[in-house]
Design a protein around this ligand. Sequence first.
Ligand SMILES: *[C@@H]1O[C@H](CO)[C@@H](O)[C@H](O)[C@H]1NC(C)=O
Ligand SMILES: *[C@@H]1O[C@H](CO)[C@@H](O)[C@H](O)[C@H]1NC(C)=O
Ligand SMILES: *[C@@H]1O[C@H](CO)[C@@H](O)[C@H](O)[C@H]1NC(C)=O
Ligand SMILES: *[C@@H]1O[C@H](CO)[C@@H](O)[C@H](O)[C@H]1NC(C)=O
Ligand SMILES: *[C@@H]1O[C@H](CO)[C@@H](O)[C@H](O)[C@H]1NC(C)=O
Length: 579
Amino acid sequence: MCRTIHTVVFALVAAASISPVHVLEFCQSTDRDCHSHDRTTSDSVKSRWNMNASNLIQDLEQFRVSCKNLLEAFPVDEVDGNFVRTVKNCVFSKSLPTPLKGPLRLAAVSKDVIEGILDVDMAVTQSEEFLHYASGGRLLPGSVPLAHRYGGHQFGYWAGQLGDGRAHSLGQYTNRKGEVWEMQLKGSGKTPYSRSGDGRAVIRSSVREFLCSEAMHVLGVPTSRAASLIVSDEPVIRDQFYNGNVKTERGAVVLRLARSWFRIGSLEILSESGEIDLLRKLLNFVIDEHFSSIESDDPDKYLVFYSTVVNETAHMIAQWMSVGFAHGVCNTDNFSLLSITIDYGPFGFMEAYNPDFVPNTSDDEGRYSIGAQANVGLFNLEKLLTALSPVLSKKQRKEAKIILKGYANIYQMRFHQLFKAKLGLLGDEEEDGYLIAFLLKMMEDTQSDFTTTFRQLSEVSVEQLHNNNFTQMWALEDLSSHKLFSDWLNMYLLRLRGQENDDDSDRQHRMKNVNPRYVLRNWMAESAIRKAEMNDFSEVELLHHILSSPFVTQETAEEAGYAARPPLWAERLKVSCSS
Ligand SMILES: *[C@@H]1O[C@H](CO)[C@@H](O)[C@H](O)[C@H]1NC(C)=O
Ligand SMILES: *[C@@H]1O[C@H](CO)[C@@H](O)[C@H](O)[C@H]1NC(C)=O
Ligand SMILES: *[C@@H]1O[C@H](CO)[C@@H](O)[C@H](O)[C@H]1NC(C)=O
Ligand SMILES: *[C@@H]1O[C@H](CO)[C@@H](O)[C@H](O)[C@H]1NC(C)=O
Ligand SMILES: *[C@@H]1O[C@H](CO)[C@@H](O)[C@H](O)[C@H]1NC(C)=O
C-alpha cells in the first residue's frame, strides 16, 4: 500500500525520477542572490510624492501613466490601425481601445488596488469619468495604448503569432511606494492581433477574472490584480459551449494590473522568427526592470534569469496545487515570465479531490487537468529554454538543461512544504510525505472536498478527532468513511503529539491561516454572474468581500452556504468556455 500511495503524489510530476540538480546550487555557484524580484524604493521616487497616506489622488486628470520605458526600449509596429495582420520586428503595436456602448456601469471595484496600488481615492470610482477611463472610452494622461505581439505553444503545438487580441496596455504607473505597475484593459476592442475575435470580453468571464485574481492574491498566490469591472450594454455574440448555441451577451472591461505582462510567448515569437537582437533587447529589459539582483554585465545573466524563472514557476504551480486551483489553459502564451498567475479563463477550484479534475469542459483529453499542471510547467519551461537558446553559448545551454532537471525537485520540495503546513506539521519527520500522500489518496477514494477537508482538519480539536466526533463537519464525515481512515488518524495524532511546544489551539490557529474556508467555487461565481447579467452586482460585491478574508469565518458567507456542502444544482454546471 505504501508504494501505491507514494505514486499518487509523485504522479504530479512525471519527471520525478530525473536526477536532482538544484537551482539552489547554481545560484550559490554564481555567488549571487538570484531570486529577489523586489525593487527597493529609490529616493527620487519617494521625493516625488510629497504626501501621506490620507492624501490620495482625487482627480484622474492628475493621474499619470508613462509609456516612455516601453516605447524607448522597443521598436513599435510601423503600420497603424486595428486591422488584423502579421507583425514583424517589433514588440508592440500602437492600438486605440474601442469604447464600449453605454450606458456603462461599475460592477465591481477593488479598494485594495485603487487605493493601495494606484493611490487613487475610492470616491473617484463613483464618477462618470472613471467609467470611461476604466473601459477605454477616455485615455489616462500620458497613456499611449499598446497591444503586445507574442506567440505561443497552444495545447502542445506552436501556434505562431498570437498577441493581445482584446487587451490594451495603458502604460506603467509608478506608485508612491516606488512600485511600477503596468495597467491593462481587457475586453477593450480589436487590435492587430485579434485574429478572428471581436476584441470583447463578456460579463461572465470578466466577473470570473475580477473575482479570482483578487481572491488568489489574498490566498498568497502570485497573480495579476484587478482594479475594476465595468459592464456595458454592447451586444457581444458568443457560442458559450462551442456547440452552435449562439447567444447575445454583453461586453465588459476589466482594468487589470501586473508588474509586467510579458510571457514565455513574448520571447518565443522573437526567437522563432529569428529576431535575435530584439530577443536580447526584451530579455535585457525584463531583467533590468524585474530581476534587480541580476547584474546587467553578468555574462551568465540569461542563465541566471532562466534559473530564476524555473524556480519561481515551480513555486507558483505548487501554490496552485495547495489551494486546489486549476488554471485551465496553461499554454506558453498564458505563462508569465515573472511567474505570476495571468489570463484567467476557464479556471476552476477543485471540489471533490480528483487529480484528473479539468475545469475546461471542452478539454476532453485532460491536457490541463489539475494533476497535469506540474508537468505542463515543465513543458513550458522547456519551450522557454528553446526560445533562449539563440542567446546562450553551448556551455550555457548545457547548464540550462541541468537547471531544468532541478525543476521536479523544487516543485516537490515546495509541494511537500505547503502540504505539511496545511496539516499543521512542524519540523521534519521521515513519514511526513507518506502522511500527506495517504490523506490525498483517501480523499480521492471518498471524493472528499479538497478545501473543506483541510479546513475542517484545522477547526476540529484533537479531542474530537480522537472521538471520531465530526458533527457538522461534512467533509470529514466523507473522509472518515474510508476503511483506512483510523489508520491514518492514528498516525496523524501520533505525529501531532510528538510536536514539542505545540498545543492544540496553536495548531488550529496555524492551520486556519493556510487553509481557506472559502474559495471561488464555480457555483458561487455562476450565481453571482446570473445576477450581474441583470445588473444586480450585489452578489459580486458580496463574494469579493468574503473572498478578501478567506481564512476568517464570516456570518454572511455562512448564511449564503459558502462553506456548506455544494448545492445539488452545482454538480450539473459546466464552465463557460468562450470568453
Ligand atoms: C525560489 O522562489 C521562491 C519563491 O519566490 C523563493 O522564496 C526562493 O528563495 C527561490 N529560491 C531560489 C534558490 O532562488
Ligand atoms: C496627512 O495629511 C493630512 C491632510 O493634508 C493632514 O491633515 C494629516 O495630519 C497628515 N497626517 C500625517 C500622519 O502626516
Ligand atoms: C490563454 O490561452 C488561450 C489559448 O492559448 C488564449 O486563447 C487565451 O486568450 C489566453 N487567455 C485565456 C484567458 O484563456
Ligand atoms: C478548452 O479545451 C479545448 C480542447 O482542447 C480548446 O479547444 C479550447 O480552446 C479550450 N478553451 C479555452 C477557453 O481555452
Ligand atoms: C462533539 O463535538 C462538539 C463540538 O466540540 C461537542 O459540542 C459535542 O458535545 C461532541 N459530541 C460528543 C458526542 O462528544
